[in-house]
Write a protein that binds this ligand. Structure first.
Ligand SMILES: [Zn+2]
Length: 367
């Protein structure tokens, strides 16, 4: 049997199954019950907070012949037709890969046609902030005079990038992060359903590591479940979370020596928002540089490092791409800030400064 990721397997099918976002779900369900929907919605919020899930349920619910408390009934002919992947009344567009103006123009052409099975034709445009200016203009023309049978649901992680002309045409909902408590309850239900043994401590650790995102939480849960084979233990959860830490160190080192400052700052910001102690992170980074240097210079490095095989392979591959003297320099710069970090008001800025000085150092080779 093909393994199905938990995130896909437990994708909500109706509003009751949505984790968190109660105020949004209630408002949308009330609009459906009162038959008072609008032509354009804007869903804003971080990844994994339910924007696309809610959009899909809403798209089916407004078309359902017999909605149950605002959710699609799953039984009527329209619901059945909508669940068919081939249906053309709910159209999902990923603006990240379709940002060309032609595609939006095509929407403008197609909105004239009536839906096939349903009352409304629904366009769900994900990552709408990725559209180009001319695509925005084309979209705006449709939003200004939407045909009666058309509903747009625009979703974005970065609403500040949207032009005010688009913002003003949409009913906006801001999706908050999902709380650790909500994620914990969700995880427990899933583990019970999957007949996986767990303890309170482990579930909490996974839920916290998910940082408010159902998708991230479940993808960590996937790794943990695979690693633990049916019985989750706290030690193993820590192993997996630590592995994520190593992945981050590899990722940051990689872009650092590519001298991609934007990506570096992005990763540091992500780590910061995960609530990781910045001093510890700087130290981890120093240790990582040192590990790479050991790999480059010793005959039998893993006798010193004692890393698990898969990690050792990853580190070795990275070590090949960076020169020893550059690693020395990186260790020196991060060593210098280590003592300052304890007293710094903003340790994050110190780390950013260290990264910037490494990138600006012309003696360090760009990968
Ligand atoms: Zn229905």
């Amino acid at each position: 049997m093909i393994y199905q990721a938990l995130y896909r397997k437990y994708r909500p099918k109706n509003f009751n199954e949505i984790i968190g976002q109660r105020h949004i779900v209630d408002t949308l369900a009330n609009q459906i019950k009162a038959n008072k929907i609008v032509h354009a919605y804007l869903f804003c919020g971080s990844r994994g907070t339910g924007k696309t899930s809610i959009a899909k349920i809403f798209a089916r619910a407004i078309n359902c012949e017999n909605n149950v408390n605002g959710s699609p009934c799953e039984k009527c002919n329209v619901c059945k037709a909508m669940n068919d992947a081939a249906n053309i009344d709910i159209i999902e567009i990923d603006a990240a890969s379709n940002n060309r103006v032609d595609e939006i123009r095509e929407i403008r052409e197609k909105v004239k046609f009536m839906p096939i099975n349903a009352r409304y034709k629904v366009y769900i445009i994900d990552e709408v902030h990725m559209l180009t200016d001319s695509a925005y203009n084309a979209l705006l023309k449709t939003l200004e005079e939407p045909p009666e049978h058309i509903v747009f649901i625009l979703a974005t992680t970065e609403p500040h990038k949207l032009p005010p002309t688009i913002l003003s045409r949409c009913l906006r909902f801001d999706f908050g992060l999902i709380s650790v408590e909500e994620l914990t309850v969700h995880l427990k239900n899933i583990f019970k359903n999957e007949r996986i043994e767990f303890d309170e401590e482990s579930v909490k650790a996974i839920a916290s590591a998910g940082e408010g995102s159902v998708r991230d939480t479940l993808s960590i849960a996937d790794s943990v479940a695979a690693y633990c084979e049916g019985k989750i233990s706290f030690e193993k959860v820590l192993d997996i979370l630590n592995l994520n830490n190593n992945e981050t160190l590899i990722e940051l080192t990689n872009v650092l020596f590519k001298k991609d400052l934007g990506k570096c700052l992005e990763i540091i910001d992500r780590v910061y928002k995960q609530g990781k102690n910045m001093s510890v992170f700087a130290k981890d980074l120093s240790v990582h540089f040192r590990n790479l240097l050991v790999i480059k210079t010793c005959n039998e490095p893993n006798k010193i490092l004692n890393l698990p095989d898969n990690l050792y392979e990853k580190f070795s591959a990275q070590a090949k791409t960076i020169e020893s003297k550059d690693l020395m320099e990186a260790m020196k710069i991060f060593g210098n800030i280590e003592s300052e970090l304890k007293y710094a008001l903003s340790p994050k800025i110190l780390i950013e400064t260290a990264v910037i000085s490494l990138i600006l150092d012309e003696n360090i080779k760009k990968n």
